[in-house]
Ligand binder design. Sequence first.
Ligand SMILES: NC(=O)c1ccc[n+]([C@@H]2O[C@H](COP(=O)([O-])OP(=O)(O)OC[C@H]3O[C@@H](n4cnc5c(N)ncnc54)[C@H](OP(=O)(O)O)[C@@H]3O)[C@@H](O)[C@H]2O)c1
Length: 328
Amino acid sequence: MQENTFVCNFNLVKTHTVKAWILQEPGGIQNMTLKDLPLPAIAEDEVLIAVKSVAINPIDVKTRAGKGLYGVLKADVPLILGWDVSGVVAETGNKVTTLKKGDEVFGMVNFPGHGKAYAEYVPAPAGHLTIKPADISHNEAAAASLAALTAWQALTPVQKGQRVLIHAAAGGVGHFAVQIAKYRGAWVAGTASAANRDFVLRLGADKHIDYNAAPLNEQVSDIDFVLDTLGGDTIDRSLEVMKKGATIVSIPSGLNEMVSQKAAGKEMQGYTFKVRSSGKDMEAIAGLLQRGILQSHISHIYPFAEIPKAHAQIKSGRTRGKIVVTLS
Ligand SMILES: NC(=O)c1ccc[n+]([C@@H]2O[C@H](COP(=O)([O-])OP(=O)(O)OC[C@H]3O[C@@H](n4cnc5c(N)ncnc54)[C@H](OP(=O)(O)O)[C@@H]3O)[C@@H](O)[C@H]2O)c1
């Protein structure tokens, strides 16, 4: 942020400029540019967050490329990508009663809408945020936003004693899903490459399934609940290892439209799922982080100026846990 008109104690002057990565047109990494923009205005129910950390998700890359949420957001061009933030409340709207200046907060902002997280200051509905536990870093908190919220919301039906299968258990959503399914009292199997075997077992999984070693139906059976993070053939192969009446929840949009029909054909339940911003659910996640039940595993940290490198990493499809961008 430029200092020339800065007033101390967060009494921000509206003539400020703040740095933000903007997307004028969908396309490659080179389409994102770092610009100076006016300090964002906030609505009555919003707070302005001085951002410390941002987490990167596959939906950021899909939207940048003109897929994902681009169709929903294109009327808002130029876009500021990103949804996961952790930072400090710098200003509050007139109707905000739950947060105050100086609070350390985190959450997934305005999903599925315009998140605007790749910026030094982010406007956010107070109802999408929760207080960051003091012992959790801003990096860990940002990491535990969209991916943890997805796992938390998608695994709502999981019950104690069930046999749960998590696909891509070493990834952003998967590594939180393993921990949350264990917290809910399930027996948990997770698919990952051999290189991520120990990581998946350390998360608490009862069984690691190496998807390169043998077909899924030779490695696991009698599953009550599947979290599908891959779509396509993974749905068909999962149905082969599920019990009658079991449930498959599929999250990779564009690759999962047939899940209900495929499951119904085998007397099972299948549905697609989309995460939604929720301060109440973020509060539950904050509680689990504070108690050490849930941990963010961060494999890469990039400075704000290197967000394009973070996009290249997440696009690889090989990220272990989460990647974050720090502004501290
Ligand atoms: N609908 C929603 O609300 C929602 C929310 C969040 C995410 N999503 C979508 O869900 C998908 C996963 O998101 P994410 O954030 O978890 O992605 P991610 O962090 O990029 O996932 C990377 C992981 O995928 C694993 N992987 C790759 N191919 C695999 C395979 N064939 N079998 C098992 N694991 C494999 C890799 O492990 P190895 O290197 O060991 O293979 C890696 O650890 C994305 O398509 C994302 O857009 C949807």
